[in-house]
Design a binder for this molecule. Sequence first.
Ligand code: MSP
Length: 519
Amino acid sequence: MFYITTAIDYPNGKPHIGHAYEKILADVITRYQRFQGIEAHFLTGVDQHGQKMVKTAEAEGVNVATIAKRNTKGFIKLWEKLNVQYDGWAETTDDQHKTCVQAILTDLKEKGALYKKSYAGFYSVRQEQFLTDRDRNDAGEFGPEWGEVIEIEEENWYFKLSDHADWLKSTVQSDELKIIPEFRKTEVLNAAARAGETDLCISRPKDRLAWGIPLPFDPDFVTYVWFDALINYLSFAGYRKPDGSALPDFKTLWPADLQIIGKDILVPAHAIYWPCMLHAMGFEASEMPTLLVHGFWNVRGDKMSKSLGNIIDPDDLAEQFGPETLRYYLCRDIRSGKDSDFDAERLIMLFNTELANDLGNLLNRSINMTKGFCQSTISSTATDDPEDLALRQSLQKTTSAYRHAMDHYELSEALQAINDHVTHCNGYLERHKPWEMKKDETLLPRVGEVLSHTAESCAHLALLLRPILPQASEKILSQLKKENLADLKLDDLKWGLLEAGHQTGKPKPVFPRIQLEEK
Ligand code: MSP
């Protein structure tokens, strides 16, 4: 079973384009696994505890549980709209999760992995963490990224992170904790080298923050939001039922095959705290998850932020351009692991050129002319014309480049591979000009062969596109009258999906051009 997770989002507002990208990425990868015949389980959800949620509630003058519930609904609605289909939904206020977090805390305490101490120091209210001198900037100050920094002295519970520092270093070095893309590993190794210096504060006193999971052995404290949140990957996979035993399916899920996160939460949360927590619980190096770290969507080079007022709303975009246009753009216009600028003009341009013009035309011309010149009937494609052979080779090349790219989570490259074959097919039609050939009756059999080559290509392209554009894919197959191909697996994509004599359907634009009203 391929177990895939994303970060769980803070529902302290509406979901933005970065949240949407991550969920779409996970949805596409999940669908791709199934396309390969691999069973997959996709878990996502919301991180409802912590100071951020309390601040939002205070600002709105509403109870924090009410805010969490209300905003969570907004996330669920958006995932529905964007056709993000998950198998498990993680809400950290869920009892299943609370019980699991508390059971883990009890175990760790019994093992001697936790201790209580008093600490005085600087605390970032925004990042909800204690700061050290290492967090000061070149001017010796705590920069604006930390928000309000206060001095506090308090007693708290600590997790002996330092006990696992050496183990962590070797586990990252050996790739047992695998980080994709590779260039992120250096950052993790640097942080791992410092993991022996401090332990992790895992509690907050209730009188300062009551909104969290109470420590089972010290009710004056709640669990630190990150310690609580990271455990969602286990609790919603069936780890630790209330009676202490694991649910039977946990073993089929763990270790997670892929945990998708943004670059901002790699260090320290997912690459330092998380593996050390797992190790302390008794998981071996071979049971560590693989981390897929994506870049950020920015706006004209700036980070999206409420204060800059440049937050991109995926709901508005899906409303205006359709959910699949947004899915296409988010998969197409970012390189795996790198940052990208969100640009609505590029969204329109890429849709209009690559989908409306190129693929849309290919599909429309193939089905339209098959209907007009060949009574909607597919001809045999067992030909040896060099142009036909080249087209079949182009499709083979596309399919293997697509597979290679998707296996490496390089969605943009997979789409490029698809577009390469579309370009090849359009050139093939331009060179043959079936609309001219059909004027000479003796050439009609050849017209049938040519159009059947492009129609066959459309069937393949629809299937390759399916993880990214499930609805468009369905429409293409339905116009080809080949709905039954929808469940075909990648390995079974062989030439000859449309057999000679097959009747295709009526053409209808699948990608109508986006026309913007002139202002
Ligand atoms: N709640 C924590 C994660 C806990 S996981 C156990 C959190 N939440 S978040 O809402 O701030 O971010 C959720 C995800 O969205 C993270 O993976 C984060 O990296 C990602 N993104 C936030 N802004 C982003 C962009 N501008 N672009 C792409 N992804 C971004 O962190």
